[in-house]
Design a protein. Structure first.
Ligand code: PEP
Ligand code: MG
Length: 759
């Protein structure tokens, strides 16, 4: 069964559009279940009716014509109950409805399973049998499994159709909305530029070209390069492989011959398809044929063809990257955005970002916020490889992407962009004013840094210190660990730029989703694994070099503070302090005159919350890392878009944990700050102020907004609001009460200028 399922899903995945996909489903499922009929009904959101979209067994002329409302017929019943329905004698069921055009009177038994994607009913998959009999448990389970697997495939094909004008009902191109999660606030209207993962044939889109001769030449040159590579590889392995093993290379070379794959690809290019699209089609056809074979040896050949395809694609992509042109208003779209990709777009052209994977708490989203680029993460249903060159709107406030937006929607979003521009102008006047509430409470606003660009932006916006300098960022953009001397220069630049303001340098926090290319870590659960302080304590040589570099960099400046990430107990803290003291005495022995800098601990692991008093006693300051603390308290992976809606820093448990830490730190006479992203959320900042935090550290982009909002409220009002919210147990109610309270004070505009858009 598993094999049959796998084959069907594979075939459906390779279908060229929704119609073809549905055709394969009904054909293959009928075959596999040996039923007389298999049909798919899809729910048309416009008419709210289940429409017969494909069938094997019923009259095909009924396709697209027969439909039923959710309260009609057996199909409607399966759709509304969201449960399978297994009937021996369908015609006798009170909900049975007869459609003459389908010819279904001949079929007595009925088994239907709902097709549900992300909690949304998309349609119903039905099989029918002539004789009156109950389908057995195994059959029912198979159909349910099949429809669960197909839901994602159908959703994907449907979305692609709406983008490329192959809509369900054959309708033309129309506006489509894709839900993701907010990555970085703001709105952008622009042209999608898709950055594909290197050499991944499956996601190459179709594209028409004007200059066929140039494309043929491009392909020929890729062919030549791969041929040369294969010859070189074969020669290099001559002494290590037996002749029959080396024969594989001859097979590869033969496949590339003009009479074989090479020729087929050229034929498709001549029809006006670009070389990469032609390559995908031809390789895909061959791979499919081989993969469906029952002979294991022949099935293996599919991977040879895939390998050849990847080699050719790599050369074609390389040639394209050199000529890739970016639109003036580029919205960069990728399956998984990486910090490196952001740097590839020429300065001034990048206005929005969309990532299929990752969530608002992924590090690339944090970077996007620091750069002030509207971003949507986790747009899992967006057929991203098909959107290159089309118009798109990114709504980073609500986490939504619109493809082919209507003129009306563009108008509404243009107004939002304009409003943002006006707000930003108004905010720039604030930079020299203090962050002070109406009743005189001063709240120091600090920045989080990592990139060099952050320094200038932070200074322009009037930051009063650096609450978190992510030292791993300069480590990530190198090809080896930086030496003590190199680190010293980097740190000195930071310390000097902000002097005399304090700069909090966090020791290397790698692991989780922050990998160093030259220090790969492979783990099943990286966020629960070897991360942050756990790595550096296991590698004192890395830790000591870093601390020594920090200390030496602070000579004569004395504005350094050291912060320890991922501390989960006293032992880790004590070992870290011991190493810091060792490094300090070493550099003093070397003749550097440096005072011991303040050392702080990050509270980002739940265990640390409950030992706050003991931890606080040993350090000079506390800083809450609410990004990780939320992830670990709620057991929600901060990178996983499937659970992104469960990740919530206003969850009552998170609020209670924050309060425990503030009170615990203060009871030991230590200042408590926060450097997670929630500090830069203007509405959340009101609550943090009320809790008694001593400083808030955030990205430079949001700093003026937070300052503006805190200057409009009083400590008294913030405290009342906090007390009201702390009494609530439902996160959604907490959010809406907070929004409403700020809205009623006339402060809603700053939080979300796109709040009124109805799409
Ligand atoms: C945090 O976890 O809140 C934090 C500031 O650290 P990072 O986002 O770098 O993990
Ligand atoms: Mg963290």
């Amino acid at each position: 069964m598993l094999n049959t399922l796998r084959k069907i899903v594979q075939e459906v995945n390779a279908a060229k559009d929704l119609k073809a996909a549905l055709g394969i489903i009904v054909l293959r499922v009928r075959e596999a279940m040996k039923s007389h009929v298999c049909s798919v009904y899809l729910l048309d959101p416009e008419s709210n009716r289940f429409v017969l979209m494909a069938t094997e067994g019923l009259n095909k002329r009924a396709i697209g014509k027969v439909s039923m409302a959710p309260n009609e017929g057996l199909v409607g019943l399966v759709g509304t109950r969201e449960e399978p329905l297994n009937l021996e004698d369908a015609a006798n069921h009170p909900r049975y409805r007869y459609f003459a055009e389908t010819g279904e009177e001949r079929y007595a038994s009925f088994l239907g399973a709902p097709i549900i994607h992300h909690r949304r009913v998309m349609g119903v998959l039905v099989i029918q049998q002539k004789e009156s009999r109950q389908f057995d448990e195994g059959e029912e389970a198979f159909l349910v499994t099949m429809s669960a697997q197909l839901a994602g495939v159908i959703a994907h094909a449907e979305a692609t159709g709406s983008i490329r004008g192959l809509g369900k009902q054959g309708k033309g191109i129309h506006e489509a909305k894709f839900a993701g999660v907010p990555g970085s606030p703001g709105a952008a209207i622009g042209t999608a530029v898709v950055m594909l993962p290197p050499a991944d044939l499956d996601v190459v889109p179709d594209k028409t070209i004007a200059d066929i001769d140039a494309e043929l030449a491009l392909f020929s040159s890729a062919l030549d390069s791969v041929r040369a590579d294969l010859h070189a590889l074969s020669a290099k392995l001559a002494t290590q492989l037996r002749p029959e093993e080396r024969a594989l290379f001859d097979v590869y070379l033969m496949m590339l011959d003009d009479d074989a794959i090479g020729n087929e690809i050229m034929r498709i290019i001549r029809t006006g398809q670009w070389a990469q699209g032609a390559l995908r089609q031809v390789v895909g056809d061959h791979v499919k044929r081989f993969e469906l074979m029952d002979d294991a040896y022949l099935r293996e050949r599919a991977s040879d063809i895939k390998d050849l395809g990847r080699r050719l694609l790599a050369y074609l992509q390389e040639a394209r990257t050199q000529t890739l042109s970016y639109a003036e208003n580029t919205i960069l779209v990728s399956e998984e955005l990486t910090p490196g990709m952001l740097g590839e777009v020429p300065e001034g052209k990048l206005i929005g970002l969309v990532s299929v994977l990752g969530s608002g708490n992924s590090h690339v989203a944090i970077l996007a916020r620091a750069m002030g680029i509207p971003t949507v993460m986790g747009a899992v249903d967006l057929p991203y490889s098909k959107v290159d060159g089309i118009q798109m709107i990114v709504d980073g406030y609500h986490g939504e992407v619109f493809t082919n937006p209507s003129a009306e929607l563009c108008k509404q979003y243009r107004a939002v962009v304009e409003e943002e521009r006006e707000l930003a102008k108004g905010l720039s006047a604030l930079s020299s004013l203090p962050c002070e509430t109406l009743d005189g409470l001063r709240m120091p606003l600090w920045v989080n840094t990592g990139l060099l660009a952050d320094v200038v932006r932070a200074q322009e916006r009037g930051a009063e210190g650096v609450g978190l300098y992510r030292t791993e960022v300069p480590f990530m953009i190198r090809d080896r660990f930086p030496s003590e001397k190199e680190q010293l220069a980097i740190y000195r630049e930071q310390l000097h730029a902000f002097h005399p303001l304090p700069v909090t340098m966090r020791t290397l926090d790698i692991g989780g989703d922050k990998a160093l290319p030259y220090f790969p870590i492979k783990e099943a659960n990286p966020f629960l694994g070897w991360r942050g302080i756990r790595i550096t304590l296991d590698h004192p040589e890395i830790f000591l070099v870093q601390i020594r570099a920090m200390l030496k960099a602070s000579v004569g400046l004395n504005n350094l503070r050291i912060l320890l990430p991922m501390i989960s107990g006293l032992r880790e803290l004590e070992e870290s302090l011991h190493l810091i003291h060792r490094a300090w005495s070493e550099v003093r022995d070397e003749g550097f005159d440096i005072a011991m800098p303040p050392v702080g601990v990050m509270i980002e692991v739940p265990a640390a919350v409950y030992q706050i008093r003991e931890l606080a006693r040993q350090v000079d300051f506390i800083s809450i890392g609410s990004n990780d603390l939320t992830q670990y308290l709620l057991a929600v992976d901060r990178n996983n878009p499937r659970v992104a809606d469960l990740y919530d820093f206003l969850h009552p448990s998170v609020l209670q944990a924050l309060r425990l830490v503030v009170d615990g730190g203060h009871a030991e006479g230590k200042p408590v700050g926060i450097c997670g992203e929630m500090a830069g959320d203007p509405a959340a900042a009101v609550l943090l102020l009320a809790m008694g935090f001593d400083s808030l550290s955030m990205n430079a982009t949001n700093l003026p907004k937070v300052k503006w909002l805190l200057r409009q409220i009083s400590k008294r009002m913030a405290t009342e609001l906090l007390e009201q919210l702390m009494g609530m147990d439902n996160p959604q109610v907490i959010h809406s009460t907070l929004q409403l309270a700020l809205h009623n004070l006339g402060l809603g505009r700053m939080i979300n200028p796109a709040a009124t858009i109805q799409a």
